[in-house]
Design a binder for this molecule. Structure first.
Ligand SMILES: Nc1ncnc2c1ncn2[C@@H]1O[C@H](COP(=O)(O)OP(=O)(O)OP(=O)(O)O)[C@@H](O)[C@H]1O
Ligand SMILES: [Mg+2]
Length: 373
């Protein structure tokens, strides 16, 4: 039986309820699910789709759009799930799809994962897909998934005019507590009890992952590597020492720390910033990016940062975590701080374009840029 993932209970039930209501009340439904990587969008949506598997009234089609933005590819992927034999020519796909959507006595849920790959100069494919729930008289529900917060608003403005604007469901990054619970659950599958030392390591990993945009994929990878020895021990295999790692039971916190640092040292990751450093930087650019001095006080930055967090629905970091977020920017030579107290100046010393690239989240930058701080 399919069920909600730990920490995604609300998202699971919200998605499931919206679909159930649309089917029950015969209302058209299109949804756009957004959220940063590793926030459980794909896993939750698949789990919700699976929960309809037993229903005779529902047929679900899941398509990962990575690498395809050709209309025929998408049509073929949908038709493959709906008909026994594909039409002999691509030119017949349109008609066959229309036919299937019109004559079906089921609700067809089509989920386009990584839907941003379907973008094109005129976005005709996206416009068409989001128009299906209204066009096909409630026989089709469309779900699009991607990272960008506002893909449909920003890239598909005409949906609103046509009354086809999808409902947006945003998956927030996992917080420390949720990550800790997920990791504990994951480690429990290795067998054996979780020692106090291991618990500490899990909490540390959860804190680090939460500070890096709440990406659970990364946290699970780190823990799988750090606890490799434990898993193998409990499988009654000869315990194998993972390359260069210390015995996980005694030193799991150190192993977690080291693996995190190794990941962070990779060129791919090094160029991007942790979540709260990114928010601080985007805020600073918004405040002083176009001013002559490029400076503001720490107090002003903190207060603007809190406004940004509130608008974006993030919990602002305080204390040591806040200092760490700022220190990272200083160590990357993006900012210069003239002292420790709140009245001291923080100066932006990078080039705006380069700094924006370091944030590596164009939606965050765009959202903060539009805010009144
Ligand atoms: N709450 C959770 N508990 C356990 N595993 C999870 C949880 N959330 C996600 N995962 C696992 O983490 C990985 C990433 O999740 P998922 O693919 O759903 O993220 P996503 O939001 O779709 O990311 P992306 O934007 O990169 O596609 C998957 O292997 C998934 O099974
Ligand atoms: Mg995904």
């Amino acid at each position: 039986m399919s069920k909600a993932l730990i920490g995604r209970e609300n998202e699971y039930s919200m998605l499931k309820t919206k679909i159930e209501n649309a089917i029950k009340c015969n209302t058209p439904l299109s949804l756009y699910i957004s959220g940063t990587p590793g926030t459980g969008k794909t896993a939750t949506t698949k789990s919700v789709l699976k929960s309809f598997n037993e229903s005779k009234k529902v047929k679900s089609v899941y398509i990962n759009c990575v690498g395809t933005n050709k209309k025929a590819d998408i049509q073929r992927a949908i038709l493959t799930e709906l008909v026994a034999t594909l039409p002999s020519k691509i030119s017949l796909y349109d008609k066959e799809l229309d036919n299937q959507f019109t004559k079906t006595n089921k609700t067809i849920i089509i989920c386009f994962d990584e839907i941003d790959h379907l973008r094109s100069s005129r976005n005709s494919l996206l416009y068409e897909a989001f128009g299906w729930p209204t066009k096909f008289n409630r026989h089709v529900i469309v779900i699009g998934i991607a990272n960008a917060l506002d893909l449909t608003k920003r890239n598909l403005p005409n949906l609103q005019f046509k009354g086809h604007e999808p409902e947006v469901l945003t998956f927030q990054p996992y917080n420390t507590k949720q990550i800790e619970e997920i990791l504990k659950d994951h480690v429990s599958t290795f067998g054996g009890n979780i020692s106090v030392e291991e618990e500490k390591a899990l909490l540390m990993c959860a804190k680090k992952a939460a500070n890096q945009k709440g990406d659970i994929r990364n946290a699970l990878n780190v823990i799988s590597q750090a606890f490799q020895g434990k898993e193998e021990e409990n499988k009654d295999l000869i315990p194998q020492q993972p390359m260069g790692l210390l015995t996980p039971k005694k030193n799991s916190a150190r192993a977690v720390n080291r693996i995190f640092n190794e990941i962070h040292a990779s060129p791919l990751v090094r160029s991007t910033l942790p979540l709260h450093s990114s928010i601080f930087l985007a805020t600073l650019i918004r405040l002083v990016g176009n001013t002559r001095t490029s400076s503001t006080t720490k107090l002003r930055l903190y207060s603007a940062y809190e406004t940004v967090c509130k608008n974006l629905n993030y919990t602002p970091v305080i204390g040591d975590e806040r200092i760490e977020a700022i220190n990272i920017l200083e160590s990357m030579s993006v900012i210069r701080c003239s002292g420790q107290n709140l009245k001291t100046n923080i100066t932006f010393i990078d080039e705006i374009a380069k700094a924006r690239a370091k944030i590596a989240d164009s939606n965050l930058v765009a959202a903060v840029d539009e805010m009144n701080l």
